[in-house]
Design a protein around this ligand. Structure first.
Ligand SMILES: [Mg+2]
Length: 171
């Protein structure tokens, strides 16, 4: 049976310990968009996340990899964040993630992928041998029942994170 085990699990992207990632020789970060960086379908990027991304960009190459099919929406998000953004990524398929790696000019073991969905974001990262970081969805309390149900199903596949960041309580 498929077993998904994120390297780390945090509540919010801003809880990621960047120093720990640097110490592990991570040089690039691939972000999911909806519910990881932005509130889905609203283009709302919380202020603390926007500021945090500015700090991140000082030390890491970043890119956005979204399964969202709306080119205009995803490209606008990339422009706002100041990085390349791919729509229709088809995660957990590898093709778009491999392209993102090529654009970053980094190897899978130099990159961490960050997202809220085990069966897309974590799975593709695990398949390619990247560090994987699972975040809680930004708006989980507002989701419709079918999405809540799917998230419950996804939990069947996921096991506890491999490691915790320095100073992080175990999740
Ligand atoms: Mg997402």
């Amino acid at each position: 049976m498929l077993r998904l085990r994120p390297t780390y699990a945090v509540e919010r992207v801003t809880d990621i310990n960047l120093e720990d990632l640097k110490a592990e020789n991570i040089k690039g970060l691939i972000f999911d968009l909806d519910n990881t960086l932005m509130h889905p379908q609203t283009s709302y990027l919380p202020d603390d996340i926007e500021q945090w991304l500015d700090t991140v960009k000082n030390d890491f190459k970043i890119t956005i990899l979204s399964n969202n099919p709306y080119t205009h929406y995803v490209k606008a998000a990339g422009k706002r964040v100041g990085c390349v953004a791919y729509e229709k990524a088809g995660k957990p398929r590898r093709k778009a993630a491999l392209k993102a790696l090529k654009d970053l000019d980094l190897l899978p073991n130099q990159v961490a992928i960050i997202g809220d969905r085990p069966l897309t974001d974590i799975w593709v990262g695990q398949r390619l041998g990247m560090t994987t970081i699972l975040v809680d969805p930004l708006l989980k309390h507002k989701e419709i029942w079918i999405i809540k149900y799917l998230r419950k199903l996804e939990k069947i596949f996921i096991t506890k994170a491999l490691r915790t960041f320095s100073g992080q309580d175990e999740k």
